[in-house]
Design a protein around this ligand. Structure first.
Ligand SMILES: [Mn+2]
Length: 251
């Protein structure tokens, strides 16, 4: 499903066709262990599902670059032995399937250093390719020349009624984001502001345990998202992606 010219949704990932960049966001590896520490016990399936989904995507596209748009790892602080193994397993699978792996730093990524060092991967605060800026989205940016901005962090989802039951689906969002840029000049109008419209795309979390924030009922997290009523919703189903119209016309 195409969400924007040259940008395709494949399952929970984005594919920049021309540049052959595969984008994945908010893996939150270790979320299972975090829940366990809180006393929530689930059958272990996080890593297996992530690997299966990744393999399905990698069977469809051959990326040159894979970019993880923040929050690769969930937990702050200590890293358990099993988690080390799991994180490296996924990183190695990605490294086998691309020429370059890039980690964009998210707000949960406080201890990524040692992991990245082990595999010689770059950690960056954002990643720009042509006029597309990829940034986690927990903090606003001052200015950018990019025309399209892709963020994660929010984990957007919508709840859809299916007969008598309600089900939450992860979704992508696409809308306009206005950057207020100060004009510099010699006129008396120096302090005037010019609004520049950018296209903003929000990605869902790749972690099967994280359903996400209900964009209608719950408070939004990212400072990029103030009024999303005109944003378009793309729901990710099991096999297909469905364009679902604008947020304001959701049932
Ligand atoms: Mn985040």
């Amino acid at each position: 499903m195409q969400i924007f010219p040259n940008i395709k949704i494949i399952n929970l990932a984005l594919w920049l066709k021309k540049e052959r960049v595969l984008l994945i966001s908010d893996l939150h590896l270790g979320y299972e262990e975090y829940l366990q520490q809180k006393g929530v016990f689930l059958p272990k399936f996080q890593i297996k599902t992530v690997i299966e989904s990744l393999k399905k995507i990698l069977a469809k596209v051959k990326p040159k670059t894979i970019v993880i748009n923040g929050d690769l790892k969930h937990d702050f602080g200590r890293i358990l032995k099993q988690e080390w193994k799991d994180v490296l397993k996924i990183i190695d699978l990605m490294l086998e399937n691309c020429e370059e792996l890039i980690l964009v730093r998210g707000n949960h990524d406080t201890i990524l250093g040692p992991i990245a060092e082990k595999r010689k991967i770059k950690i960056v605060k954002d990643y720009q390719i042509k006029n597309i800026l990829i940034i986690h989205g927990d903090k606003l940016i001052e200015k950018t020349k990019a025309k399209t901005i892709i963020i994660g962090h929010e984990h957007p989802a919508v709840t859809i009624r299916d007969g008598s039951k309600f089900e939450k689906y992860k979704c992508f969002l696409k809308g306009k984001w206005c950057q207020k840029a100060k004009l510099s000049g010699t006129s008396r109008n120096m302090k005037s502001f010019q609004k520049k419209n950018k296209t903003l795309i929000v990605m869902p979390s790749f972690n099967p345990l994280i359903e996400g924030t209900d964009i209608i009922k719950e408070q939004l997290l990212s400072p990029f998202l103030t009024n999303i009523s005109n944003f378009e919703v793309f729901i990710v189903g099991k096999e297909e992606v469905f364009p679902f119209g604008k947020v304001k016309s959701l049932p």
